[in-house]
Design a protein around this ligand. Structure first.
Ligand code: AMP
Length: 114
C-alpha cells in the first residue's frame, strides 16, 4: 500500500497528540475532532482499508478494537457510551488509506448517521 501520514505519525516524523500505545497499536487525537473525545486507533502494521484485511490480520484487527475498549474504560466514559467507526473507501468517507478506528465520545451520538 502507499504510505500515508499515519505511518509518519507512528515513526514520530510528524507530530500528533498520542494518547495510547502498545506493541501493535498507536492512538492519537484527531486533528479535526467531531466530538469532545475523538481518537484514532491505528495498527502499526499498515493495512489500507477494511477490504484488505485477511485472516493473517485477525489478531491486529482484534487488538485495534480491544485498545479502543480499554482506552474508553481508562478514560471513564465507557459506561456513558461512545461510538467506534471504521470508514471504508469512497462511500464510507475514508480519506486516509491506513486502516484506523475512530473513537468518538463525550456527547450523545445520533443514529442513523448522516
Ligand atoms: P477517514 O476520513 O476515516 O479516513 O479519517 C481520517 C481522519 O484523519 C480524519 O478524521 C482527519 O481529521 C484525521 N487526520 C488527518 N490528518 C491528521 C493528522 N495529521 N493528525 C490527526 N488526525 C488527522
Amino acid at each position: 500500500m502507499a504510505e500515508t501520514l499515519f505511518s509518519k505519525i507512528i515513526r514520530r516524523e510528524i507530530p500528533a497528540e498520542i494518547v495510547y500505545e502498545d506493541d501493535d497499536v498507536l492512538a492519537f487525537r484527531d486533528i479535526n475532532p467531531q466530538a469532545p473525545v475523538h481518537v484514532l486507533f491505528v495498527p502499526k502494521t499498515p493495512v489500507a482499508t477494511l477490504n484488505d484485511l485477511t485472516d493473517a490480520d485477525a489478531l491486529t484487527a482484534g487488538k485495534l478494537v480491544l485498545a479502543a475498549s480499554r482506552f474508553a474504560k481508562s478514560q471513564g466514559f465507557a459506561e456513558n457510551g461512545y461510538r467506534c467507526v471504521i470508514n471504508c473507501n469512497r462511500d464510507g468517507g475514508q480519506t486516509v488509506f491506513h486502516l484506523h478506528l475512530h473513537l468518538l465520545a463525550g456527547r450523545p451520538m445520533h443514529w442513523p448517521p448522516g
